[in-house]
Design a protein around this ligand. Structure first.
Ligand SMILES: Nc1ncnc2c1ncn2[C@@H]1O[C@H](COP(=O)(O)OP(=O)(O)OP(=O)(O)O)[C@@H](O)[C@H]1O
Length: 293
């Protein structure tokens, strides 16, 4: 069952059309990545869904009663409060029962890796710590729907890893819609991908579907080192692209040219480690989708 249905959502800021005729739905307990370049309309969409902004037209239908958790792109924390004071306030505002506020706040701070900073003032927090506390206020009341605007962009790789793992652990009973610029993260946790460009949905589907749609037949030949790779690529007739110690050939592994490539590899190339089918990364697909507009 879908938990949220968005139909023909449009938002204008005066003359500026920030979101155009957007339709999609979120199935229960799935995660959806909203990706797109700067100004694509991600924040506008999430803010409408969170009820902070009113759409110009179109509908948002929420098919359940319980609350929503929202992490804005730049969470407002009160610098004079400690992390625990802030989170207790957020817990009360989002309807956590008075007797559970303290326990639930401490538990949530621990979940986001801020257990030892509970009594520090948020004014002294680093960007990453602020992001974690922002996430804590979004999940402190255990919402069934989480809307997260760039949840990991302010974090370093280790912090991103930790928060992605936390989000994945929430997935079993939460529906998550998050925007991100970091395509590796989207690749890691997503049941549905939504590509926004100039406010329009330009591509949509599961990661596997989208990858299949943009898959271009090619093979990657891995060599011991970059010298072997460039020697093989030199003067070749397959439009080879050398990438470090690998050579990518834009040919179909099941096509007629493959036999020829294999016979050259068998007879002359040194330092070959392996041959594999080349898979498109989300980054490459994103550039293609964005470039095609
Ligand atoms: N309050 C506003 N008034 C006027 N125009 C706005 C306002 N907020 C956003 N816009 C415009 O709407 C468009 C979409 O902006 P939005 O912030 O939703 O994009 P985004 O995908 O979240 O971008 P980013 O990745 O940079 O956060 C942009 O062209 C932006 O300039």
């Amino acid at each position: 069952m879908s938990i949220l249905e968005i139909s023909n959502l449009t938002k204008r800021y005066g003359e500026e059309l920030a979101v155009k005729d957007l339709s999609f739905s979120l199935e229960q307990r799935t995660s959806t990545a909203l990706i797109g370049p700067n100004g694509a309309g991600k924040t506008t969409t999430l803010s409408i869904l969170a009820g902070l902004l009113k759409q110009t037209s179109g509908s948002v239908q929420l098919n359940y009663e319980s609350g929503i958790g929202f992490l804005p792109q730049h969470p407002q924390l009160f610098p004079w409060l400690t992390a625990l004071e802030f989170l207790e306030m957020a817990a009360r505002l989002s309807g956590v029962r008075a007797k559970d506020v303290r326990r639930q706040s401490i538990k949530t701070l621990e979940m986001v890796g801020l257990g030892s900073a509970a009594n520090k003032k948020t004014g002294a927090f680093s960007g990453g710590m602020k992001q974690r506390l922002g996430l804590a206020q979004a999940i402190v009341h255990q919402p069934k729907l989480l809307l997260l605007d760039e949840p990991v962009s302010a974090l370093d790789p280790a912090g991103r890893r930790e928060i992605m793992d936390l989000l994945k652990s929430l997935q079993h009973d939460t529906t998550i819609l998050y925007s991100t610029h970091i395509l590796n993260d989207a690749e890691e946790m997503t049941d549905q991908l939504l590509f926004l460009q100039h406010g329009r949905l330009v591509e949509q589907g599961s990661l596997a579907e989208v990858k299949e749609r943009y898959a271009e037949p090619s093979i990657r030949i891995r060599f011991q080192d970059a010298n072997c790779a460039s020697r093989f690529a030199e003067g070749n007739r397959w439009h080879a692209i050398t990438k470090g110690a690998s050579v990518v050939l834009p040919i179909d592994e099941n096509g007629p040219q493959m036999k020829e490539v294999l016979s050259v590899l068998a007879s002359s190339a040194e330092g070959i480690i392996g041959v594999e089918r080349q898979k498109a990364t989300l980054e490459e697909i994103f550039l293609k989708v964005a470039g095609a507009e």
